[in-house]
Ligand binder design. Structure first.
Ligand code: 0L1
Ligand code: MG
Length: 262
C-alpha cells in the first residue's frame, strides 16, 4: 500500500460526502497518482465501514465493467467489484430521486442470489451455478462521483464502482433450466426499447463475473456468503436518465423489473 491510514480515511470521507451531497469531484488519483490497487479497495472498504457504523445493512455485492460494451464505453479492460447498502435499494416499480444523484445512468443486469458460500481462488462458472439459489432481472443505477464520469480504474474502485441505486424484480428462476449465455434482455426507456443483449455479453457467461468476484474476495481472505444478492454487470452500455424517465428491464424467462426517475 502506498497511502497511510489517515489519507485512506480522508479520501473515503470525501467520496462518501460527495455521494451523500450529490456533489462531483475530480478523480482522486489527480492528487494521489501513486496510490495502488490495495489502496483503492481499502478506500472502498472504509466507505462501507462508515455506512455500517451508521446502522446501514449490506444489501449486496456487484461486479462492474464485466462486458465488452461497458469496458469500451469506459476505456478500461478489467472488471471491478463493489457493494450496495440497504439505502441503495429501490422497490420494484418504485421511484428514484434524481435530486439525490449527480448524473445517473442505468445498466441492465442479471442478478444472482447465492444459497451456499462461494470462495476463491479457483472459483468457476460451474461452482457459481451450483451455489446459486436463483437469478432475476436487475437494473443498476450508477452515478460516478467523478466530474463528467472522468476517472481511471483506481479512482472508480475507491468510489465503490459508481454504485448508487438498484432495483430487482420479475420472476426469480433457478439456473438449472436456463442457459444464461443465450438469455436475452431488452432495456426500455419511456416505453421504447433502447438497448438489447444476451447474457454472454458479460465475460462470456454472467456466472463468470460472480466467479471473478469470489476469486477477488478469496485473494483478500473473504468469501461471498450464502444468501448474497450480486449484480453481475451491465450487459450493454450504461444509459443516461433524467427526471420523468421510466425504465424497464425485460429478461427472457424472468419477467421484468422497473423504476421511475422523479
Ligand atoms: O457497474 C458498473 O459497471 C460501473 C463500474 C464503474 C464505471 C462506471 O461508472 O461506469
Ligand atoms: Mg453495473
Amino acid at each position: 500500500m502506498k497511502l497511510d491510514a489517515a489519507t485512506i480515511a480522508g479520501l473515503a470521507a470525501h467520496l462518501e460526502t460527495c455521494q451523500l451531497e450529490a456533489r462531483d469531484t475530480p478523480k482522486i488519483t489527480d492528487e494521489h497518482p501513486h496510490m495502488d490497487w490495495e489502496d483503492a479497495y481499502a478506500i472502498q472498504d472504509e466507505i462501507l465501514r462508515r455506512k455500517l457504523s451508521r446502522g446501514l445493512r449490506l444489501a449486496g455485492l456487484k461486479a462492474g465493467l464485466t462486458s465488452f460494451a461497458k469496458m469500451k464505453q469506459m476505456g478500461v479492460d478489467v472488471p471491478v467489484f463493489g457493494f450496495m447498502t440497504g439505502d441503495y435499494a429501490v422497490p420494484d416499480g418504485g421511484e428514484c430521486k434524481v435530486s439525490e444523484l449527480i448524473h445517473p445512468k442505468v445498466e441492465p443486469e442479471i442478478a444472482f442470489v447465492t444459497k451456499t458460500a462461494l470462495r476463491g481462488p479457483g472459483c468457476h462458472i460451474a461452482a457459481v451455478l451450483a451455489a446459486t439459489d436463483f437469478v432475476l432481472p436487475g437494473i443498476e443505477v450508477i452515478d460516478s462521483r467523478y466530474r463528467d464520469f472522468k476517472f481511471d480504474l483506481k479512482s472508480v474502485i475507491a468510489d465503490n464502482t459508481s454504485a448508487a441505486r438498484f432495483v430487482v424484480g420479475g420472476q426469480p428462476q433457478p439456473v438449472s433450466a436456463l442457459d444464461l449465455r443465450t438469455t436475452g434482455i431488452v432495456l426500455e426507456k419511456n416505453g421504447e426499447a433502447i438497448a438489447f443483449g444476451a447474457g454472454a455479453a458479460v465475460l462470456g457467461h454472467p456466472a463468470a463475473a460472480i466467479a471473478a468476484l469470489a476469486n477477488h474476495l478469496g485473494a483478500r481472505g473473504q468469501e461471498i456468503p450464502a444468501g448474497t444478492l450480486i449484480l453481475s454487470g451491465g450487459i450493454t452500455e450504461a444509459v443516461a436518465v433524467k427526471a420523468g424517465d421510466q425504465v424497464t428491464l425485460r429478461v427472457q424467462g424472468m419477467g421484468s423489473t422497473s423504476l421511475r426517475f422523479v
